[in-house]
Write a protein of this length. Structure first.
Length: 109
């Protein structure tokens, strides 16, 4: 996947993932990694920024498999932001998809 495409949508995807259920960092890397190529060096700085912006919060929870893990959960502000991002993404995707369709490039691929 194009790096710039991924960069533009990653925040939306991470917020969607933690909206479903609180997750720890490696879970997010694994889950997001099923749809696009990401690594810890991409996800953890994004999570830090989301916490700093108060779109999610972090907390420690015990783990049966070792030390406590830092989990992330979406906040009320994060849910509002997620709705805005989702609307923007859908509008953007409709516009780009329409432009692609009008260009006729799909007929040539």
């Amino acid at each position: 996947m194009n790096t710039q495409f991924k960069k533009g949508v990653l925040e939306l995807v991470v917020l969607l993932a933690i909206r479903e259920k609180d997750k720890y960092g490696y879970q997010l890397v694994s889950e997001v990694g099923t749809m696009m190529d990401v690594n810890e060096g991409t996800i953890y700085p994004l999570l830090k920024r989301l916490v700093n912006d108060r779109y999610c919060e972090a907390y420690l929870a015990r783990s049966a498999e070792g030390p406590a893990r830092k989990y992330y959960r979406i906040t009320a502000a994060g849910l509002t932001y997620l709705k805005i991002l989702t609307g923007e993404w859908l509008a953007f995707a409709r516009t780009v998809n329409g432009y692609i369709k009008e260009s006729g490039i799909n007929d040539q691929i």
